[in-house]
Ligand binder design. Structure first.
Ligand SMILES: Cc1cc2nc3c(=O)[nH]c(=O)nc-3n(C[C@H](O)[C@H](O)[C@H](O)COP(=O)(O)OP(=O)(O)OC[C@H]3O[C@@H](n4cnc5c(N)ncnc54)[C@H](O)[C@@H]3O)c2cc1C
Length: 392
C-alpha cells in the first residue's frame, strides 16, 4: 500500500520558497526533539514552561516576520505561516501552538503595525527576545462574537486613562507581561468607540482573577482578568483613539488564516498517524488498512486535508500580495476548523480503543481541534460574513 502523504519530492508550492521549506524542516526538528517528548507532562501540569519562549526566541521563531533592527529575522508573513502550520504538523499539542501562536500571531502584530517606535522598543523588542510574554485581550464575559459590545471602559484622566472591567478566555492571560487590550473610550458609538491600550502586569488594579480549565489546549494558560481603576499612561495607547475596530479587523484576517494553517497541520499529522496505524494494526488476520471501510476513512481524511490546504494556501497568497482576501480567509477558516474536528474524530476511530487512550495522542488532537470552530470567530459568524458578502 502506498502512503499518500509521502508521495515523493515536490517543489514547494507558491508562495513558499526553498528558504521557507528550510524553516519548515527546522521547526519540525525542534518540535519532534524538544516539544513532543515533554508535552504530555506539560499538559498534566496545565502549563508549558516559560523557558519555551526563551528557546523559541533563541531559535528566531518569535521574530520571523519582524525586522532585524528590532531583533527579528527579517522574514515575511509566509515564514510565520510555515511556523503555524508546522508546529501542528510536527505534532506539537494545541496548547503549545496556542501559547506561542498568540504571542507571535495575534498579540505582537498590532504593535508592529500600529505602534510607535517607542512602543516597538518597549514591547516588541523584548517580546521577540522572549523576555516579555504578550496576550491579546478582546473577549469579555458579556461580549465574544459581538465585539462592538465590549464594556471595559477607559476614562480619560490626567496623563492617560483609568481602566475598569474584565476580559476572559485570554490565551497566555495568566502569565502575560503585557496585554494588548480593547477598551471602550466612548460610551456611545458601538464600533466607533473602541481603542487599544497596552496594559502591563504589575500595574496597580490589574489582576488575574482565574486560570480556566478547558476541554483541550491543556498546556496553555487561559486567563480571566479583572481591572479596577488601572492607570494606563498616555504612551500606552496603541493606534489612534476610537479607531481600535480597524485594528481588530486587520488582526482577525491574519489570526483566522493562522488557525486555518494550524488545522491543516493537525489534519496532516492525523492522516500520517492513521495510515501508519492502519498498516501496522491487525484484525481478523489482516492489517486493518486492508479493510475497505478503513481505506475510505483514510481517503476522506486525505481529501479534507488537500481541500483545506489548497484553500489556506490560496488565501495566504492573496494576503501576502496585499490583496483583499476576506472571502478566502473566512472560507478557509470555516472549512478547515470543522474538517480538523472530523479528521481527528476519524483518527480516533481508526485507532479503536487505543484512540481513546492518552498515550496514542489522537484523543488530545480531537480535544484540541474542538476549539477551532469557536475561537477567532465562530463557524456561525464566518457564515454570516460569507453570506453577507453576497449582499444578503
Ligand atoms: C481556549 C480559548 C482561547 C481564547 N483565546 C482568546 C484570546 O487570546 N483573546 C481573546 O480576546 N479571545 C479569546 N478567546 C475568545 C474567543 O474568540 C470567543 O470565545 C469567540 O469569539 C466566541 O465568543 P463567545 O465565546 O462569547 O461566544 P458567543 O458570542 O456568546 O456565541 C455563542 C453562540 O452563539 C452564536 N452566535 C453569536 N452571534 C451570532 C450571530 N450573529 N449569528 C449566529 N450565531 C451567533 C455563536 O456562533 C455561538 O455558537 C478564546 C476562547 C477560548 C475558548
Amino acid at each position: 500500500m502506498s502512503v499518500i502523504s509521502d508521495s515523493g519530492v515536490r517543489a514547494p508550492s507558491p508562495p513558499f520558497t526553498d528558504e521557507h521549506e528550510d524553516l519548515r524542516a527546522t521547526v519540525r526538528r525542534w518540535v519532534e526533539s524538544e516539544i513532543v517528548p515533554e508535552q504530555d507532562t506539560w499538559e498534566r501540569r496545565r502549563e508549558f514552561p516559560r523557558e519555551l519562549f526563551d528557546r523559541a526566541a533563541e531559535l528566531g521563531f518569535l521574530g520571523l516576520k519582524y525586522p532585524e533592527r528590532l531583533g527579528g529575522q527579517g522574514g515575511d508573513a509566509v515564514h510565520d505561516a510555515v511556523w503555524a502550520e508546522e508546529l501542528a504538523a510536527a505534532g506539537a499539542c494545541g496548547g503549545v501552538g496556542a501559547g506561542l501562536g498568540a504571542h507571535t500571531g495575534i498579540a505582537t502584530p498590532p504593535i508592529f503595525s500600529f505602534g510607535t517606535a517607542e512602543q516597538h522598543e518597549r514591547f516588541l523588542r523584548p517580546a521577540i527576545a522572549g523576555e516579555r510574554i504578550a496576550a491579546l485581550g478582546i473577549t469579555e464575559p458579556g461580549a465574544g462574537s459581538d465585539v462592538a459590545s465590549i464594556r471595559t471602559t477607559a476614562k480619560r484622566v490626567d496623563g492617560g486613562w483609568l481602566v475598569n472591567g474584565s476580559k476572559t478566555f485570554i490565551t497566555n492571560g495568566v502569565r502575560a507581561d503585557f496585554l494588548v487590550c480593547a477598551v471602550r473610550t466612548r460610551p456611545e458609538g458601538g464600533h466607533a468607540g473602541i481603542s487599544f491600550l497596552i496594559l502591563e502586569r504589575g500595574m496597580e488594579g490589574y489582576e488575574v482573577s482565574r486560570k480556566l480549565e478547558k476541554l483541550g489546549w491543556h498546556s496553555s494558560d487561559t486567563g480571566e482578568l479583572a481591572f479596577t481603576d488601572v492607570h494606563v499612561p498616555e504612551e500606552n495607547l496603541l493606534g489612534a483613539e476610537n479607531e481600535g475596530f480597524k485594528l481588530i479587523m486587520a488582526n482577525f484576517q491574519w489570526e483566522r488564516l493562522l488557525m486555518a494553517l494550524g488545522a491543516v497541520g493537525a489534519m496532516d499529522w492525523c492522516l500520517r498517524r492513521s495510515v501508519a496505524y492502519a498498516l501496522e494494526r491487525r484484525a481478523f488476520g489482516r492489517a486493518i488498512g486492508s479493510f475497505q471501510a478503513i481505506r475510505h476513512k483514510i481517503a476522506e481524511m486525505a481529501t479534507k486535508l488537500e481541500a483545506g490546504r489548497a484553500m489556506s494556501y490560496a488565501a495566504l497568497r492573496l494576503l501576502d500580495s496585499g490583496q483583499d482576501a476576506l472571502r478566502e480567509v473566512t472560507a478557509a477558516k470555516l472549512f478547515t476548523q470543522r474538517a480538523a474536528v472530523e479528521t481527528a474524530d476519524e483518527a480516533v476511530q481508526i485507532h479503536g480503543g487505543y484512540g481513546y487512550m492518552r498515550e496514542y495522542e489522537v484523543e488530545r488532537v480531537l480535544r484540541d481541534a474542538r476549539l477551532g470552530p469557536i475561537g477567532g470567530g465562530t463557524d456561525e459568524v464566518m457564515k454570516e460574513i460569507l453570506g453577507r458578502g453576497f449582499g444578503l
